[in-house]
Every structure is written in structure tokens, then in C-alpha cells.
Write a protein that binds this ligand. Sequence first.
Ligand SMILES: *[C@@H]1O[C@H](CO)[C@@H](O)[C@H](O)[C@H]1NC(C)=O
Length: 95
Amino acid sequence: MANITKSAVIFFFQILLRLSLLLAVSMAENKLIEGVGILGEKDSKLECATAYGVRGGDNCTSVAETFSLSPGIFADINPNVDCNDLLLGQWLCVQ
Ligand SMILES: *[C@@H]1O[C@H](CO)[C@@H](O)[C@H](O)[C@H]1NC(C)=O
């Protein structure tokens, strides 16, 4: 009688252990994904506090001058912008 109870308790704890391990792993994965998301968000916010929509006749130089940015800083905060091919309505970071 006592033996049966003991093995039942051990069995129960083994299942509990496996479940908590699984839970811990999935929680760690969630945190990892969350961390990457927060980092990415932080980066884009830091680099682009203000955006400007391209209008006809704009070019990188004129937009940078409008917002008192040096060409170097403008290029740094707009790493994916092709200044030779600006599109109307395209968003540029200006701060
Ligand atoms: C950019 O636009 C300004 C003002 O419209 C103009 O003076 C300048 O020549 C243009 N620069 C280029 C590279 O097209």
C-alpha cells in the first residue's frame, strides 16, 4: 500500500518536472523573441524620431538641408534609401 502510494507520487513528480521544463523552455524562447522585438523597435525609434514624405522635386540634399542635417548624418539615418531613385511619398528619416 505504502509502496504504491510512493511510486504514484514519484510518477506524478516526474510528469510535473517534465511539464515545468517544457514551460521553462517555451518561456525562455518567448523572452528571446520579445527581446529581439524590443531591441529592433528601440533602434528604429532612435534612428527615426521624425519622418518626412518625399514630394516632387525633393532630393536627399534638399531634404537634408531643409532639416539642417549634414549629408553624413542624413545617410546614417537613411541607410536603405537610394538617393538616385527617390519615390514620391517615400518616408525619409529627418531626425
Ligand atoms: C536637389 O534639389 C535642390 C533644390 O531643389 C537643387 O538645388 C539641387 O541641385 C538638387 N540636387 C541634386 C543632386 O539633384
